[in-house]
Ligand binder design. Structure first.
Ligand code: ADP
Ligand code: MG
Ligand code: MG
Length: 210
């Protein structure tokens, strides 16, 4: 994937979170403060605006760090710093190569997950985006280790991310605003896990178009 393809990923993610903003906000209204759709649409919208200002030949690393920085600076809430850190860490992991292969992308996804974990201190089972992202990254890596191409690895990540997202329903939240509800957070899908799946679906769309 070159810089333009990474930019296409962020643009597609912006489309998907904007199209689903009401659903994300409704999920957050049930166990949080009802702003997750707005936060995601605003953050990824700011990322797209920042990408519009980049030169055509920007590297994948520059694309992701630029998008991440825009999300951090333009988005409030827990999710802004978490998504922003994820993209910045992923961008840093890519260095300044012009074309990223699946192994490089696997490393970047792992770096994104590490960044989210360090900043948010959530582990799997805490009912957060980590419950979708961690299995997705593991599935992507396993697919790449099997010799799969990008579209197959992205599909594996989406499938694992969706399964992880569904597993948040019976969980009691232990991180973020939803944790204030204690046991009343049980029975609801975590909004950040839902938006994580959208970002993975955006990667799959771009991978299929390659
Ligand atoms: P806020 O809760 O500040 O209003 P958002 O509604 O935009 O922010 O995002 C909420 C989502 O952020 C949650 O559904 C959860 O997935 C994620 N989240 C919250 N705290 C953490 C954390 N410490 N680690 C990982 N993810 C978290
Ligand atoms: Mg919220
Ligand atoms: Mg909020």
């Amino acid at each position: 994937m070159n810089g333009n393809e990474f930019a296409a990923w962020i643009r597609r993610a912006a489309e998907l979170v904007t199209a689903d903003a009401q659903r994300l906000t409704a999920l957050d209204a049930a166990i949080g403060d009802g702003d997750h759709g707005l936060n995601m649409a605003r953050g990824f919208g700011a990322a797209v605006a920042a990408l519009d200002a980049l030169p055509e030949d920007a590297t994948p690393g520059t694309v992701l760090t630029t998008a991440g920085r825009a999300i951090v600076s333009k988005t409030g809430g827990a999710s802004g710093p978490l998504y922003g850190t994820a993209l910045r860490r992923a961008g840093k992991a890519l260095g300044d190569v012009a074309d990223v292969d699946v192994t490089g992308l696997a490393g970047a996804l792992q770096a994104a997950l590490d960044g989210v974990r360090e900043l948010g201190r959530a582990v799997e089972g805490d009912k957060t985006m980590v419950d979708a992202l961690a299995p997705a990254v593991a599935a992507f890596e396993a697919s790449v280790a099997d010799g799969d191409a990008l579209a197959e690895a992205a599909q594996a990540a989406v499938d694992a991310g969706e399964a992880g997202m569904e597993l948040t329903v019976p969980m009691e939240a232990r991180k973020g605003r939803a944790s204030y509800l204690g046991p009343r957070s049980i029975g609801h899908l975590d909004p950040g896990a839902a938006s994580t799946v959208l970002v993975l679906l955006a990667l799959l769309d771009v991978a299929r178009a390659e």
